[in-house]
Design a protein around this ligand. Structure first.
Ligand code: SAM
Length: 325
């Protein structure tokens, strides 16, 4: 086995500004207006999301942390020695520390995230805490097909995918199935996939989590317009848009919207986009799945369920899946 050291050169497969422009014009020309939540994460958006994770109303982070801490040894036992870890949407890279500390001689860590600056910073911080661990950051959009760095020389053990944060709920059920199928192929037969999934719960708890009294989630959502202004030379007036979190009971999801408070035209060169008063841009979905529903999706897309754990209040679930052999 080859030895490699610390943080490797970033694999940069992230979409460029042209793809962002194209997606923004297409999304704002559609009815209803929609933008993918992946665009919420520029450097500022990632920092704001990290603040959201510390808010009292935002129960998912601390709850998932507690479940992971309680079951990290179960995961380590299933993974075995010299495992290779691949994290989707790694963000600040806090939760992976619990797994890295529990695993026996982890061989490699590949954090994948679309937010380049944040990805690099968190890889450096993690490397200081785990200096023996080779880290290969991959800046990519995981909704698109991409090739992972070749790991065979570095990773003799089992591959373990990790997708915490209930980020999987950002997909519609159809998109989630497609993502699960693709990751099963990417990880390969016999790999583990550890997925954090938010459970259905009272509307008031959900709405508070996605519209906190401190206004951090509102700033996170509105930052998307600031990003479009900066990167695409647009002229959104942020004071004329308001953040909204809406529970859609039929779809089992919280939606985030940016609502225009006035009728207006916004210029995104060379286009001009019309907004009616009260018209919204739908910027994020966050679907909630009970244990059985999520396991059915996993079973149908190439996985076997090995275990699922929840906290005592049954707010959040952590699933341990195995890619079917
Ligand atoms: C909800 S946050 C979760 C962060 C962290 N995993 C946690 O559990 O706190 C979603 C993360 O996924 C990343 N992300 C969102 N969409 C992505 C995409 N299409 N491709 C790659 N990364 C994405 C974001 O940059 C962000 O770091």
């Amino acid at each position: 086995m080859k030895a490699i050291q610390a943080v490797q050169r970033i694999h940069d497969l992230a979409p460029g500004v042209e793809a962002f422009h194209e997606a923004v014009i297409a999304g704002l020309s559609a009815v209803p207006k929609t933008l993918s939540c992946k665009f919420l994460y520029d450097a500022t958006g990632s920092r704001l999301f990290d603040r959201i994770c510390t808010l009292p109303a935002y129960y998912p982070t601390r709850t998932e942390w507690g479940i992971l801490r309680a079951h990290a040894r179960d995961i380590a036992a299933a993974a075995g020695p010299a495992a290779g870890l691949i994290e989707f949407g790694s963000g600040a890279g806090h939760k992976i520390r619990l797994l890295l500390a529990a695993l026996r001689d982890p061989a490699l860590y590949i954090p994948i995230d679309i937010s380049r600056t944040h990805l690099l910073a968190s890889a450096q911080t993690l490397s200081a805490a785990f200096p023996q661990l080779p880290i290969v950051p991959v800046c990519a959009d995981y909704t698109q097909s991409f090739v992972l760095p070749d790991m065979r020389n570095y990773c003799p053990g089992r591959l373990v995918g990790f997708f915490p944060g209930s980020t999987i709920g950002n997909f519609t059920p159809e998109e989630m199935n497609e993502f699960l199928r693709r990751t099963a192929q990417l990880l390969g037969e016999g790999a583990l996939f550890i997925v954090g999934v938010d459970l259905p719960k009272a509307k008031a708890v959900l709405e508070a989590a996605y519209d906190d009294p401190q206004g951090v989630t509102a700033a996170f959502n509105l930052n998307l317009l600031r990003r479009i202004n900066r990167e695409l030379k647009a002229d959104f007036d942020l004071a004329t848009f308001r953040h909204e979190a809406r529970w859609d009971a039929a779809a089992g999801r919280i939606e985030m919207h940016l609502t225009s408070q006035i009728e207006q035209m916004v210029s995104i060169a060379p286009h001009r986009i019309h907004f009616r008063r009260g018209e919204t841009i739908h910027t994020e979905n966050s679907h909630k799945y009970d244990l059985e529903t999520f396991m059915n999706h996993a079973e149908a897309t190439g996985y076997k369920s090995l275990a699922s754990w929840t906290d005592t209040q049954r707010l959040f679930a952590l699933h341990m899946l195995e890619v079917k052999r």
